[in-house]
Design a binder for this molecule. Structure first.
Ligand SMILES: [Zn+2]
Length: 219
């Protein structure tokens, strides 16, 4: 284990919780940061808090409600329905540059708490249409953060090239399979663990889980 400190961008979902376990395995000290921008479900914040408490991790919750002013869309306003993007359009949950903002604030926290590593669960494999989740953007931002604060942060993206099945596999290897399955929230309808089973987020999570379980059975 490295003696270094890490801050994990943490939403209480499958991906960022897996990243939290990944960081706990690697770094001497781990803290988490969650961005509060009036998510559809307060449960998302509660879920993140409960996980951080259970793992004994210091948890920073940042008020990002200004995002509502910038992007009055389905993620932040209850009166607009969540829709999948059609014909290559971005889904209606799209907030331009959201990840740029979140990672920049995570960088400020990292600087203040003396963390060298910033861990994020962004992933290019199931490319969602978010340009600021791509590997090239993360590398670019890493350089920019270091220049802006005259520091030498490392942005870690353990899930960047994994599909959902492989993310379950990683959780299992970290001894966190049951924890991630039972305590995280991915569902757009705010149902913890296996979720509603109907929304796009549940379907993606479920498919990965089924694929992984059948692979685990074979081996
Ligand atoms: Zn769901």
């Amino acid at each position: 284990m490295k003696k270094e400190k890490a801050v994990v961008v943490f939403s209480g979902g499958q991906d960022s919780t897996t990243c939290l376990f990944w960081a706990l395995e690697r770094f001497a000290e781990v803290e988490a940061v969650t961005f509060d921008y009036n998510q559809r479900h307060r449960l998302e914040i509660e879920c993140a808090q409960n996980i951080a408490n259970e793992l004994g991790i210091k948890h920073h919750i940042l008020d990002m409600s200004l995002l509502n002013q910038l992007a009055p869309n389905a993620l932040t306003r209850n009166d607009i329905e969540v829709k999948d993007g059609e014909d290559g359009e971005l889904p209606s949950t799209f907030v331009p540059g959201r990840n740029l903002l979140f990672l920049s604030f995570a960088g400020v926290i990292a600087s203040q708490i003396g963390a060298k590593h910033i861990v994020t669960g962004v992933c290019e494999t199931d490319f969602s249409g978010y340009p600021d989740c791509r590997d090239v953007f993360i590398k670019s931002l890493n350089v920019t953060l270091n220049l802006s604060m005259d520091d030498s942060f490392v942005i870690d993206t353990p899930l960047m090239w994994l599909n959902k099945e492989e993310t379950w596999e990683l959780a299992d290897r970290l001894g966190a399979f049951e924890f991630v399955r039972e305590k995280t929230l991915t569902c757009y309808n705010g149902i913890i663990a296996d979720g509603c089973g109907e929304c796009p987020a549940c379907k993606l999570r479920q498919k990965g889980l089924v694929d992984y379980l059948s692979k685990r059975k074979e081996s």
